[in-house]
Design a protein around this ligand. Sequence first.
Ligand SMILES: Nc1nc2c(ncn2[C@@H]2O[C@H](COP(=O)(O)OP(=O)(O)OP(=O)(O)O)[C@@H](O)[C@H]2O)c(=O)[nH]1
Ligand SMILES: [Mg+2]
Length: 328
Amino acid sequence: MTITEMAERILAGDRRALARAITLVESGRADHRAQATELLETLRPCGRQGLRIGLSGTPGVGKSTFIESFGMMLTALGLRVAVLAVDPSSARSGGSILGDKTRMERLSRDKNAFIRPSPSQSHLGGVARRTREAVALCEASGFDVILIETVGVGQSETVVAEISDLFNLLMAPAGGDELQGVKRGIMEIADMILVNKADGELKPVATRTQADYAGALRLLRKRPQDPEGFPKAMSVSALEENGLSTAWEEMQTLTNWRREQGHFDRRRAEQARYWFEEEVRQTLLAQLTTPGPVKDRMQALGGQVATGQTTPSAAAQEILKTLGMESG
Ligand SMILES: Nc1nc2c(ncn2[C@@H]2O[C@H](COP(=O)(O)OP(=O)(O)OP(=O)(O)O)[C@@H](O)[C@H]2O)c(=O)[nH]1
Ligand SMILES: [Mg+2]
């Protein structure tokens, strides 16, 4: 299949072509990278845009269950839904989204849904760059909503927030102590906090937890990209499918306001700039760390610097010269 054919099929909504294209953007091979870049460039003018929703939460909080219920609700509304994942580590114990495909049984059988397991790469930034490209491919393929899942274990939330229009944090019903432990940075990037498992005997705890988060969110400085009443904390039950349509309505309210106020496009522009810079940074870094002449030279010069045969700055200049970049 040529790149032009692949692009045409993606635009026509062909799922197999989409899956192949995602494999192409995930590939580490230099020729694949060149093809992937060409493909993305070919698709760029189509201008199709979906809503990118990031979803994070600790293992066991109910992300998979939520995506299944929420995704089914969206497809029932006639929307096409794609699910992608960013795994902070390939050795994730809780079960990858690949295993989840069996857990998300109803959604994976839905012809208006597309579930893509996470690529198994060790480097988080690398995975996220490619996930962002997979998002672009899904948009070109006509998906209305793209759900991007990540396990909340540190840096991955920040990375997913850089790919998303809306970033949701899924939380478990908990006492005040656990609430204290929630990192401030996470609260600052969340557009919505969803307290899950608001059912059965956990319901009163969930309601209290929601009120606590709502209070904590009010204390944070108001961001220009939030209208009155946002960021919001809500409670849902992914299992019993409660509160999901209300959550969706709130997401739309927030998104529509941001579109009207210009925040939506501004954010996407900032993100595009961020990923461009990240691509340059990562590519340069890769030259220094992947086995090859530059890495060998680094090693050799490192030895000379250590034994005082040359200075760090003179050695650095030599590496930069090898890379075709001389600093002033
Ligand atoms: N009571 C209740 N249980 C839930 C709800 N959502 C999920 N669970 C249960 O919580 C457990 C974990 O759910 P998952 O959806 O697998 O959680 P996850 O966040 O995807 O977990 P990892 O993939 O390991 O990170 C399962 O036993 C679910 O049945 C809910 O709304 N209410
Ligand atoms: Mg899961």
